[in-house]
Design a protein. Structure first.
Length: 218
């Protein structure tokens, strides 16, 4: 079982379910050729997909087009079912930064066939993840700069203020369908600028005040 840590107390959490939100930035939805969703688009990653800062991202042999997607991540500290919107933020233990690595070619094939995205989104090393900082140290998770650089060149840069569905909305919505548990993680969606990576690339994802991760691609 993979684990993560909440700083500064260095508390360890066992990673439970990883919920990912698709098309949660309007400009990213447009660049992917889709409409802005009217409700959150949800998919899952297995916790076996998680890697820590510095671990290599491995491109699967079955894909020739893997993309980076930088995201604000949310660690659930207190679980619940049918969590009210008004109290949803009380369930957040901390915030981090992550990458949703995606086999874009396999995802496109799945979309055309009407099949699930599990293969394209859940492969080993597809979920690079930073440690989390306590929610109390982040005054407003919806006012954070988020960026991704490849070999020192910025490819993605935006602000979490542009999220369509904010953290409290996501928690309330997810908990209306699934029982959220301590150690669940939410990948809150990526801004525009996603692009292909190739072996030898070095990726650096940063959310100032929250965290950073750096990974090489193999």
């Amino acid at each position: 079982m993979k684990t993560t840590r909440l700083l500064p107390e260095n508390r360890e959490f066992r990673i439970n379910t990883i919920y990912c939100i698709g098309k949660n930035y309007a400009d990213h939805a447009k660049e992917m050729g889709g409409d802005v969703p009217k409700e959150p688009v949800i998919f899952l990653k297995p916790n076996s997909a998680v890697i820590s800062n510095g671990d290599p991202i491995i491109i699967p042999a079955m894909s020739s087009n893997v993309h980076h997607e930088v995201e604000l991540t949310v660690l659930i500290g207190t679980g619940g079912k049918n969590i009210p919107l008004a109290t949803a933020m009380r369930h957040v233990a901390g915030y981090g930064v992550g990458l949703d690595m995606t086999m874009r070619d396999r995802q496109s094939e799945a979309k055309k066939a009407g099949n699930p995205w599990a293969v394209s989104k859940g492969f080993d090393t597809s979920a690079p993840l930073s440690p989390f900082v306590a929610a109390s140290s982040v005054p407003d998770p919806h006012a954070l700069e988020i960026s991704l650089s490849v070999n020192g060149t910025v490819r993605q840069r935006s602000s979490t203020e542009h999220m369509i569905f904010r953290v409290d909305v996501l928690i309330a919505y997810l908990s209306s369908i699934f029982t959220l548990c301590e150690g669940d993680i939410i990948y809150t969606g990526t801004p525009e600028g996603v692009a292909q990576v190739v072996p030898g690339d070095v990726l650096e994802a940063v959310i100032p005040g929250v965290g950073s991760i750096r990974h090489s691609v193999q």
